[in-house]
Design a protein around this ligand. Structure first.
Ligand code: PLP
Length: 505
């Protein structure tokens, strides 16, 4: 590479950037290409103590310039998880795509802040348009819109804050002082209702807001992991009987472990009846709104237009780079959040309704919407929908492959799989003749999981779920994952590593 060291800030930025981009391109194109190699590892994994010896984390007094920075960049590529590898199936996100990288480059180039319109006019309008368009796909109508938040948890939190500020605005000024401690309060202890399988960010929001996690009612789920609506109403009635104030119901569209969709329409009727805010956490499953096939054939998002707020993470199912999460509403888009959350910071906000930062919990904001906007421009609604359809078809095919191996010890946790998580157990042949109650399936899952991930051939996860032993959870997301090439290979790998274990001990 280059010998010159760069110790001061140069002023000919264009020349310098041209040079750096050239070097960067030389590194990242082969890196992305390598991920499609059959032999490529997902990661060369080391624990922190070892990694600190392999990578130079020291921070210098004098700049190392191009050489110093690119040495670090090379090390980073070498020891990081390569998300472009289709055998990365550990989490609900997959690798991104070329337009994703380009959109990040655009954002980095502009370095603009979408808190006020006049410093980021185009990106602000991208956010307005893309949230309106997604809201309208959800059926939220002419006044649909919303805001981007730094992740699904942040979107859920902004939803809960907005619900509280809308329904009980006095709390904004006087603080949270419910009955019976404050006999004249218009509200009792504020209660949140969400299913047992919902994401922990709901609990975290309640904790941050000072409502207390004990004031979250975990509503039971049915066999498929969906919230039981009759149980929801019963829980609400019990709470009202105690003098409490139910105010927030969260329905999950695509639960994190099983991929269940709570029945939004039926839950909405309960929310209306008891004057509760209806939030839908569609961080994982909300993106299916892009698939015409899903919207025609499945009831997953029926009632989505009835939500007061709806979280959707394009950074998960749509392959948009992390972070990209939107909070949508039919009630006037970003203006709903501005109206209920503004603190009149007049030095920053001068009354422009396009100053999106009025509505969020933070101040400065990344233009994450631009990534979704460009992805939509590039692939079209249909292209994004195809991505969903393809993932669903692959998941179904893979689930069948798991079933075909029933006699070899594989068993699906749920058949058919509710969504894109294919969950299964495996009993090694050495234990096949043991009585079921003497087999510790959780332990088997965890031993095999560790062996598989450490090999670097795959990156997968296992999950606990109340009432059943831990199981493998394989997330089908990336359009590059192929059932026969990658997923059947995974089943082979499970059988292979199982042979290396002495199961009798
Ligand atoms: C992933 C997920 C979240 C959290 O989203 P982040 O962007 O990781 O904060 C919330 N809810 C559900 C259902 C999820 O799957």
């Amino acid at each position: 590479m280059v010998n010159s060291t760069q110790s001061s800030h140069r002023t000919d930025n264009a020349v310098e950037l041209d040079m750096l981009l050239g070097y960067m391109k030389e590194l990242i194109i082969p890196y992305v290409d390598s991920a499609s190699n059959k032999e490529a590892s997902v990661v060369e994994y080391y624990p922190p103590e070892k990694l600190e010896k392999l990578v130079d984390f020291s921070l210098p007094e004098n700049g190392g310039g191009v050489e110093g920075a690119f040495k670090s960049i090379k090390e980073t590529l070498k020891y990081s998880v390569n998300g472009w590898n289709p055998r990365f199936m550990d989490k609900l996100y997959a690798g991104t795509n070329p337009i994703g990288v380009i959109s990040e480059l655009l954002i980095a180039t502009l370095n603009s802040n979408v808190h006020v319109y006049h410093v980021s006019p185009v990106m602000t309008m991208m956010e307005v348009h893309v949230t309106r368009a997604v809201g309208q796909l959800l059926g939220m109508g002419a006044n649909a819109g919303g805001l981007l938040c730094p992740g699904g948890s942040a979107s859920n939190q902004l939803a809960m804050v907005t619900a509280r500020n809308t329904l009980y605005p006095s709390i904004k000024d006087t603080g949270y002082m419910p009955r019976p401690f404050n006999p004249s309060a218009e509200y009792g202890k504020l209660k949140i209702f969400t299913s047992k399988h919902s994401h922990y960010s709901i609990d975290k929001s309640a904790q941050i807001m000072g409502l207390g996690v004990d004031n979250i009612v975990k509503v039971p789920v049915d066999e498929d992991g969906k919230m039981q609506v009759s149980a929801l109403e019963k829980c609400i009635l019990e709470s009202i009987d105690l003098g409490e104030t139910p105010f927030f119901i969260n329905a999950t569209a695509g639960t994190t472990v099983m991929g269940a969709f709570d029945p939004i329409q039926a839950i909405s009727a309960i929310a209306k009846k008891y004057n509760c805010w209806l939030h839908v956490d569609g961080s994982w499953g909300g993106s299916v709104v892009f698939s015409e096939k899903v919207m025609n054939e499945k009831s997953w998002l029926v009632g989505s237009h009835l939500a007061d707020t709806f979280t959707l993470n394009p950074h998960k199912l749509l392959g948009v780079p992390l972070q990209c999460s939107m909070l949508l509403t039919p009630h006037n888009g970003n203006l709903l959040f501005a109206k209920h959350n503004t603190l009149k910071a007049d030095y920053l906000f001068h009354g422009n309704p396009y100053d999106l930062g009025e509505g969020t919990l933070g101040c400065g904001r990344r233009p994450d919407a631009a990534k979704m906007f460009l992805s939509w421009k590039y692939y079209g609604r249909c292209g994004l929908g195809d991505r969903i359809d393809q993932a669903l078809a692959t998941a179904e095919k893979f689930a069948n492959r798991v079933k075909e191996r029933a006699s070899r010890g594989f068993k699906l946790v749920k058949d058919p799989c509710p969504f894109l998580q294919v969950c299964f157990w495996y009993v090694p042949p050495a234990l096949a003749n043991k009585p079921v109650d003497q087999i510790d399936l959780s332990k088997i899952t965890r031993i095999l999981h560790k062996k598989i991930n450490h090999s670097g051939e795959f990156m997968i996860d296992y999950a606990p779920l109340e009432g059943v032993p831990d199981f493998f959870r394989i997330v089908i997301n990336a359009p590059t994952v192929d059932c026969d090439r990658d997923l059947v290979r995974l089943l082979d790998a499970v059988e292979r590593v199982a042979k290396e274990v002495d199961w009798e001990n």
